[in-house]
Design a protein around this ligand. Structure first.
Ligand code: ADE
Ligand code: ZN
Length: 335
């Protein structure tokens, strides 16, 4: 089935062997010496423990060629799953801290995406995901860098990181500037904090998409309003939520409740190599653990085109080809 992925982090998509090679090449401290060590590193005792590992991966990327390599490898991984379009977050604060040159970073990312496009036809667009624990001043600088990055295809600005200790409201001005310069906006919310965090991201920051967002269900009234409105897409990442410990068991994930409540949802891998998952695997989970039938799987796959940050004509063309391909596949398989 053709798919799109809207919630995936570049720094969370590095192949374990690539990570080891980059750490050695760049002399970066990494708490793993071999593949078995990386496997141990990629087990998390808490959400904040996960963020530490994510940051350690980000620190292994130093040169433009490193970004080119991981962007290319990630895009090929996606293309092999029949993903046609992806929006890929980078964490600017991690790289700003090390005074890195964003022309070199984004030039590398764009080159990696262009090579994958030429070979496999997949389209990938970069987005910035700013770690909310950094300062507002740095956030404004990150928006400037994102605006500058629009010539490399940057489409959106987002906040991620430590949601529990850093609510969305202080970022009002940052998001107003991001929107004013023509960036789309989204936020990780309702992943580690409750429904108020989702409300804040929507009402104060004006986001069109929420990363995760499952804790919105703690506020049935807000859930109902958002289901009726239908204009905010929830990018859900079930395996991520299990492995960062924000849900205790996969069966406790409210994916089915979100869908049944009428919220527009997409499925995503978030940090595929850090969680040893793929987008295909997330769809398999929906079918096998959450009893999504063929109609429901098709609807979720189309939502990732409806929620994508792309021009209306491209959206209409991609929606139409996804619908045709879904129909042809169903015919062929008799489902
Ligand atoms: N950065 C990478 N993955 C993240 C997640 N699941 N939540 C917040 N920030 C992240
Ligand atoms: Zn994320």
């Amino acid at each position: 089935m053709p798919k799109a992925e809207l919630h995936i982090h570049l720094e969370g998509s590095i192949h374990p062997h690539t990570l080891l090679e980059l750490a050695t090449k760049n002399g970066t401290a990494l708490n793993a010496r071999d593949l078995a060590g990386v496997e141990r590193l990629f087990r998390y005792d808490s959400f904040l423990g996960f963020l530490d590992v994510y940051r350690a991966c980000a620190r292994c990327l130093i040169q433009g060629e490193d970004f080119e390599r991981v962007a290319y490898e990630m895009a090929v991984d996606l293309a092999e799953q029949n993903v046609r379009y992806a929006e890929v977050m980078l964490s600017p604060a991690q790289h700003m801290q090390r005074n890195m040159d964003f022309d070199e970073i984004l030039g590398g990312v764009a080159a990696g995406f262009a090579r994958a496009h030429a070979e496999r036809g997949i389209v990938c667009k970069p987005a910035f995901d700013f770690g909310r624990q950094f300062s507002l001043q740095e956030a404004l600088r990150a928006v400037e860098l994102a605006q500058d990055g629009m010539r490399y295809g940057v489409v959106a600005f987002s906040i991620g990181g430590d949601e529990a200790n850093y609510p969305p409201e202080p970022f009002v001005e940052v998001f107003a500037v991001a929107k004013a310069v023509g960036l789309h906006v989204m936020a990780h919310a309702g992943e580690v904090a409750g429904a108020n965090s989702v409300r804040g991201a929507i009402e104060m920051l004006g986001v069109d998409r929420i990363g995760h967002g499952f804790r919105v269900l703690e506020d049935p009234e807000l859930t109902q309003i958002l289901a009726r409105r239908g204009d905010i897409t929830f990018d859900v990442c079930p395996t991520s939520n299990l492995l960062t410990g924000v849900i205790p068991l996969i069966s406790a994930h409210p994916l089915r409740q979100m869908f049944d409540a009428g919220l527009p949802i997409t499925l995503n891998s978030d940090d595929p190599t850090l969680f040893n998952t793929t987008l295909t695997n997330e769809f398999m989970l929906a079918a096998e653990h959450f009893n999504f039938n063929v109609d429901e799987i098709c609807k979720v796959a189309l939502q990732s085109i409806r929620g994508a940050f792309m021009p209306a004509a491209e959206r209409a063309a991609l929606l139409s080809s996804f619908k045709h391909e879904q129909a042809a596949l169903r015919e062929e398989l008799g489902i």
